[in-house]
Design a protein around this ligand. Structure first.
Ligand SMILES: [Fe+2]
Length: 275
């Protein structure tokens, strides 16, 4: 692991900043240690959005979470986009930033959502090459997030844990382990999430994401809209017994009106972090 990753300071308990939660977040500053912003919400935006970010910076450590770099695209990364992201990251000056292990663009087309890459050597070379190129421009440490997938694509030669271990080794990046995504994949594709954690180089895990999942008619899906279920907290406790990530963050994206659910998750996590 990169020295820059191991030098990241401890952040604590965080929440994804969403406009609908703005008052909730400011009113509960005593319970929230850091926030994550969607980087793309602050690129090419009017002044009032940058003022919003300036205010956030005054009260919290802010972590930029990018969603559209498309690290898994074989045609490479858009350089002008990396430049804009670099400017934003330099303005925020965070201890690290994050992106997903996925692609959102193919042959110049924007797919509109994170699509899974195939865990094999070919994709490992593509994504490592893209990340190593970005790391030449953006000097802050990058951590990589696991996503959910709803079909298992043919050609997979590495297990999920093996792939993440190799990716960190080849790029020097840390991991943003999304516990809910891990749980959802394990249920939809019948593997043991605890075994996954045992096989993962756990010291690579810099941050966790968590939120409640939703059950559709055929699969479990990551709508980021529910109170966090007990099975997710059990996985977090299992990790905390082995390793202490720098930050753990609630990633709620829907049903914002259920503030008591959100508060419950935040308070439960604060208790977990002091025990
Ligand atoms: Fe996530």
């Amino acid at each position: 692991m990169d020295e820059a990753i191991s030098n990241i300071p401890y952040l604590g308990n965080g929440i994804g900043f969403r406009l609908e939660l703005k008052s909730f977040i400011y009113l509960n500053r005593d319970k929230i240690d850091f926030v994550e912003i969607i980087a793309e919400h602050y690129i090419d935006v009017p002044d009032f959005k940058m003022n919003e970010l300036e205010q956030l910076k005054k009260h919290f450590t802010v972590i930029p979470h990018a969603i559209n770099l498309s690290l898994g695209s074989s045609e490479g990364i858009k350089k002008d986009y990396v430049k804009k992201l670099k400017e934003l990251i330099e303005y925020i000056d965070p201890p690290y930033w994050s992106e997903h292990i996925s692609y959102t663009q193919a042959h110049g087309y924007d797919i509109g959502h994170s699509s899974p890459i195939i865990y094999n050597e070919e994709f490992l070379k593509v994504i490592s090459g893209n990340i190593n190129e970005i790391n030449l421009t953006i000097k802050k440490p990058l951590i990589l997030e696991n996503i959910t997938y709803h079909v298992e694509l043919p050609g997979k030669t590495y297990s999920d844990a093996e792939f993440l271990n190799l990716l960190c080794e080849r790029t020097g990046c840390g991991l943003l382990l999304d516990i809910t995504n891990l749980y959802i994949n394990s249920r939809n594709f019948s593997f043991d999430p605890f075994e996954f954690i045992n096989k993962l180089n756990i010291e690579n895990v810099v941050q966790l994401h968590y939120v409640g999942y939703e059950i559709s008619t055929t699969q479990i899906i990551d709508t980021h809209s529910r109170k966090t279920q007990e099975e997710i907290f059990e996985l977090i406790k299992y990790i905390l017994n082995k390793h202490r990530p720098k930050g753990i963050l609630l990633e709620r994206d829907e049903r914002f009106e259920y503030l008591e659910e959100i508060m419950d998750d935040i308070e439960k996590m604060n208790i977990l972090l002091i025990t």
